[in-house]
Design a protein around this ligand. Structure first.
Ligand SMILES: [Mn+2]
Length: 312
């Protein structure tokens, strides 16, 4: 598969790389890291990063202006994005070929070619593996800028090497990346000054994930918890997809305390959850939906309904 991807990259003069909306360091790291690797090893190619800039990730770089007509005959690569609805930039299908590189479950099998390793720590680690293949078969080199990006993506998606998807291969990739000439201290400052509270909440979510034998999981985030971490209910929305990486999980519910209601966010990797959301006065997509409950009792009913749904 990696050889096939490298062949594909070599075939195209113009390559446009997309990632998901509401980006995180792995989205930026895999997108911009891959761009940097291709650009530095094939100086003749035009390589672009698509998407909306996210100021909180400026320390990693940002997307490019896309010239008119740039998609004609181009290879489009989408990194770290499980389904087409989450792709940032709606022109992703306008190229000559579409390639998906991702580590989430392959529920939305989009693209002419897909390289998906569900359960891998990060897409950035996959880009590192692709680089190794390129280094062996084509003599690819990696500069410090690319190493810094991939390292940031791995650190971000593993919660600093804590989450269970962190393997010996992840550490081997990181071990190689840190031998390249970038300043980790400066990178850490930029990464963790910004989102230390979110990382703490992320850790809290993994530790308190109430998952049953049918793969139904419930996360409860009270006002107390948010106050302890210095976060708002809106901040918690950034983490709603996080449990998707947990082994055996099929569908989950985030219950988030707001001033006058409990926000319910349903996510799924199989069971259709928007019907549940509708039962509680909300709606949304089959795999991502939301509603609100007037009190904790109603929120608990939603949790029971989710567990019932996964039992079927
Ligand atoms: Mn990721």
């Amino acid at each position: 598969m990696k050889r096939q991807i490298i062949d594909m990259i070599e075939q195209y003069e113009t390559i446009i790389i997309h990632r998901h909306v509401r980006p995180d360091p792995d989205a930026y790291g895999s997108q911009l890291g891959l761009k940097e690797i291709i650009r530095s090893n094939y100086p003749g190619k035009s390589v672009f990063a698509a998407g909306t800039p996210d100021p909180s990730l400026d320390y990693l770089g940002g997307p490019d202006e896309l010239p008119a007509g740039i998609y004609d005959g181009a290879l489009v690569i989408v990194t770290d994005t499980a389904n087409t609805e989450r792709i940032d930039g709606d022109r992703y299908a306008e190229g000559a070929a579409l390639l998906k590189i991702d580590h989430h479950p392959d529920d939305d099998r989009y693209g002419d070619l897909r390289w998906v390793i569900s359960g891998k720590s990060s897409t950035s680690e996959m880009i590192y593996d692709l680089f190794r293949e390129g280094a062996e078969s084509r003599g690819w080199r990696m500069d410090a800028a690319a190493a810094r990006l991939l390292f940031a993506g791995i650190v971000g998606d593993t919660g600093r090497f804590v989450y269970p998807a962190t393997t010996a291969d992840t550490f081997r990739a990181a071990a190689d990346l840190i031998t390249r000439d970038f300043d980790r201290t400066v990178l850490y400052d930029a990464m963790f000054e910004m989102d230390a509270p979110l990382l703490k909440l992320n850790g809290y979510i993994y530790q308190n994930l109430d998952i049953d034998e049918n793969g139904a999981a419930v996360v409860t985030i009270t006002a107390d918890i948010m106050e302890r971490f210095g976060l708002t209910p809106q901040d918690t929305a950034k983490l709603v997809s996080a449990p998707g990486i947990v082994k055996g999980i099929r569908a989950w519910l985030f219950k988030v305390e707001e001033p006058d209601q409990i926000r319910l966010r349903f996510r799924s990797k199989g069971p259709v959850v928007n019907t549940l959301a509708k039962q509680f006065g909300g709606g949304g997509h089959a795999m991502a939906a939301g509603a609100s409950a007037k009190d904790w009792e109603e929120a608990e009913r939603a949790a029971r309904a989710l567990r019932d749904l996964c039992r079927r």
